[in-house]
Design a protein around this ligand. Structure first.
Ligand SMILES: *[C@@H]1O[C@H](CO)[C@@H](O)[C@H](O)[C@H]1NC(C)=O
Ligand SMILES: *[C@@H]1O[C@H](CO)[C@@H](O)[C@H](O)[C@H]1NC(C)=O
Length: 386
């Protein structure tokens, strides 16, 4: 090492002791977009071919296919999935099948045990091969992409009475644990939502910080660039240059202070890594379930004979996964306009406080109970399959 290099290294080291920031921060610029509509890629995800391994957490490697402009996630033992959306705050990823047949993926193998991802919930389904053209009835869904001209593949939850009916009419292909929420029911493609808990960057994302590894080795993560916490990045880099030259003069005295500075560095690191936990616990308290006033104030809809809904693709309650029947009462979350059985969504919101489909957290309403509206629908067509 030449003398200027040595001095520069010492200056960086000195500044790192005062303003600890992840070494990877500077080495992991925002990943280039994979194409229009593809989600942005940042920690814990990384683009395998263009970013260093320290830019992402193990198990979160993505591959960008420049021709099809799709992001692909490889899940060990489960295969490749198209990444449709990443919600960094909720730590949820929406994946689809590159062949547009998630039903087939669930029927084959869908084993997440070797990955950091898990489904929000699972439902046990029986897959049936029906040679005759059996009309869809309550609780059954057609896996369009698995069906052909001379046979139809129907699915029904194993606990439903329709399971016994289908068993007598069709051939059972197999029972599978199917992850949910799986959107675009009862179609073939769509996407399924998976969540991850490790690494936990939720509080950092919420407070607008940058999550990343704290050092060049190990899996310890931290949060930097918090808007209200410490100097912004530009000032940090300004300081590196501005203090660099005067820093040379300090080098002589530096040795004496090393012992105490290292101690201070450890203390600061601890402060930074402890921060996420405190924010997480506050957040859990805030969004844990909605109050009764809020839940009771949501609009209800009485289904007519034709079961017509304003959202034509929602013919199935994604909580209990059963199809809506005439004369049933549905409830809507006004913020996102998603429909559910009234009993299902009431129980869900009491516990979870978020929409099961889009995971939005509706506003709490602390006013007195407002009389809820009960509208009825009675127009013509609401088709059961897409
Ligand atoms: C369903 O059964 C037919 C024969 O009846 C067979 O040709 C077809 O491959 C089966 N489909 C599936 C998905 O098992
Ligand atoms: C179903 O149709 C396919 C062609 O679409 C044919 O190869 C197969 O033999 C048919 N199976 C039965 C049981 O008719």
């Amino acid at each position: 090492m030449t003398t200027p290099q040595l001095i520069f290294s010492f200056t960086i080291l000195f500044l790192h002791l005062i303003f600890p920031f992840p070494l990877t921060d500077a080495n992991c610029p925002v990943a280039p977009s994979c194409g229009p509509g593809t989600p942005t890629v940042r920690f814990p995800f990384r683009l395998r071919d263009t970013q260093s391994t320290r830019c992402g957490y193990p198990g979160f490697d993505l591959i960008c296919n420049n021709q099809t402009q799709t992001l692909t996630l490889n899940i060990p033992n489960a295969g490749n999935f198209t990444v449709n959306d990443i919600d960094y705050e909720l730590q949820a990823v929406h994946v689809g099948d590159p062949g547009l047949c998630l039903a087939q993926r669930f029927l084959q193998t869908f084993n997440l045990s070797a990955s950091p991802f898990s489904p929000v919930f699972t439902v046990n389904f029986g897959f049936f091969n029906c040679s005759e053209n059996i009309p869809l009835f309550s609780g059954t869904f057609q896996a369009m992409c698995l069906s052909r001209d001379n046979f139809t593949v129907l699915m029904t939850p194993t606990g439903f009475s329709s399971y016994a009916t289908l068993s007598s009419l069709c051939q059972l292909i197999g029972n599978r644990s199917v992850p949910g929420p799986w959107t675009s029911w009862p179609g073939m493609g769509g996407s399924v939502q998976l969540i991850w808990n490790q690494p936990d960057c939720r509080s950092c994302e919420e407070s607008g910080g940058a999550c990343g590894f704290m050092s060049s080795s190990g899996l310890e993560i931290g949060c930097t660039n918090l808007p209200s916490n410490g100097p912004p990045r530009s000032i940090k880099y300004g300081l590196i240059i501005g203090v660099g030259i005067p820093g040379v003069l300090c080098l002589i005295g530096l040795g004496c202070y090393f012992g105490s500075k290292v101690k201070m560095y450890d203390q600061r690191r601890n402060t930074i890594t402890e921060l996420p936990n405190t924010i997480v616990s506050q957040r859990d308290v805030v969004i844990c379930g909605l109050n009764k006033f809020t839940i009771d104030s949501y609009p209800k809809t009485l289904l007519g004979e034709s079961k017509r809904l304003p959202e034509p693709n929602q013919n199935l309650c994604s909580i209990c996964l059963s199809e809506y029947q005439p004369k049933e009462i549905l409830k809507t979350i006004p913020e996102c306009n998603h429909y559910f059985h009234i009993d299902c969504i009431d129980e869900w919101l009491r516990v979870k406080g978020t929409c099961p489909l889009c995971r939005n957290s509706p506003q709490q309403n602390f006013n007195e109970l407002s009389p809820s509206t009960l509208s009825s629908s009675s127009s013509t067509s609401f088709s059961a399959s897409s």
